[in-house]
Design a protein around this ligand. Structure first.
Ligand SMILES: Cc1ncc(C[n+]2csc(CCOP(=O)(O)OP(=O)(O)O)c2C)c(N)n1
Length: 347
């Protein structure tokens, strides 16, 4: 039987992973503060989970597709999506590819083959398997990364997706971030299964458990699973064990249900600190370069935020766009009526 050995990351790619992880962390810190100032309506951070989000996406080719959950948006930036429209999505203004029609923090773009997650947990999974199967039927060598949280494993969509992926031998890689919490529900209340990875065997494909706070381990597991899928050997499931050190989202108060000591213990395993220490140890990095990178990323973020927030609002009549390929008469009539109607003022 063929084995699919992961390619180890050399120094330069590992620095690219570290850069994207640091960018994600700095952005999360700033966006939480913007939400608190009332400048954006909602935000969910990937704080403490950056290794899984970034290192898994790094194992993809640009032609592969990524179907994210709430914690994987920043992968788009690693794959080349520009920061200004990424941030404009949070303001829902004219820089937003979704034209203000989605909640904040639901970025997507065909430009980097990333689909918008939907707030309904698990729905992206059958879609991801469908996309993977379609690619295979078309003879493409595309792989689809289907991301989920531990809570999503309790949805019907998860089981439907896993079953179809196994039966169809779809080139899909399921990447589950087991961050221990589904809002306030602990993983121990989601399943009696010893691990989540174990669930894959019931569907006839491999499941592995990996340290989700170790970027190199996540990359190794994902690149092996991606190679397997690309070679036509079918799907895989990766359980990346990590922890949600912050709230579920800006609407949540985790002090009501999380044990402070447990959170502190996981904070000590911070994936960003860990990778930085490892790079320094290997003499590939130092404190001065780290400070310079932080300053560069912050000034890039500040400039992009200024630009994104200043973009004009979406024209209200855009709500008639993109409904049909060709606009039917009744929609054209509604658009005309809408444009004729007097506009309210905001004064
Ligand atoms: C089908 C469905 N059920 C419940 C919810 C409410 N809900 C929103 S986020 C969430 C928790 C998701 O947890 P998990 O899948 O572990 O991802 P995490 O937020 O931990 O990254 C729940 C239950 C929902 N949005 N959709």
């Amino acid at each position: 039987m063929a084995t699919f050995e992961p390619t180890p990351l050399t120094q330069a790619p590992l620095l690219a992973v570290y850069r994207a992880m640091l960018q994600s962390r700095l952005m999360d810190e700033r966006l939480v503060s913007l939400q608190r100032q009332g400048r954006i309506g909602f935000y969910g951070t990937g704080m403490g989970q950056e290794a899984t989000c970034i290192a898994s996406a790094f194992a993809l080719r640009p032609t592969d597709w990524l179907f994210p959950g709430l914690r994987e948006n920043a992968a788009m930036l690693l794959r080349g999506y520009p920061l200004v429209p990424y941030l404009a999505q949070l303001f829902g203004n004219s820089g937003d590819e979704a034209k203000g029609r989605q909640m904040p923090a639901h970025q997507f773009s065909r430009r980097v083959n990333q689909v918008s997650w939907s707030s309904c947990i698990g729905t992206q999974l059958p879609q991801a398997v469908g996309a993977a199967w379609a690619a295979r039927r078309k003879g493409h060598d595309t792989v689809v990364l289907a991301c989920l949280g531990d809570g999503a494993t309790s949805t019907g969509d998860f089981h439907a997706a896993m079953n179809f992926a196994g039966v169809l031998q779809a080139p899909a890689v399921f990447l589950c971030q087991n961050n221990h919490w589904s809002i306030s529900l602990h993983i121990s209340q989601q399943t009696k299964s010893e691990t989540l990875a174990l669930k894959a065997s019931a569907y006839g494909f491999p499941g592995v458990r990996v340290d989700g706070n170790d970027a190199e381990a996540v990359y190794a597991a994902t690149s092996a699973a991606v190679a397997r899928a690309r070679a036509g050997a079918g799907p895989s499931f990766i359980e990346a064990v990590t922890y949600r050190v912050g709230p579920h989202s800006s609407s949540d108060d985790p002090t009501l249900y999380q044990d402070a000591q447990e959170v502190e213990a996981w904070r000590a395993k911070d994936p960003l600190e860990r990778l930085r220490a490892r790079l320094i140890e290997r003499a590939a990095w130092d404190t001065a370069r780290d400070e310079a990178l932080r300053a560069e990323l912050l000034s890039e973020l500040n400039a992009a935020l200024l630009e994104a927030e200043a973009l004009p609002p979406v024209p209200p009549e855009s709500l008639f766009d993109d409904v049909y390929a060709e606009e039917p008469w009744h929609l054209a009539e509604q658009r005309r009526e809408f444009l004729r109607a007097p506009r309210g003022t905001t004064d």
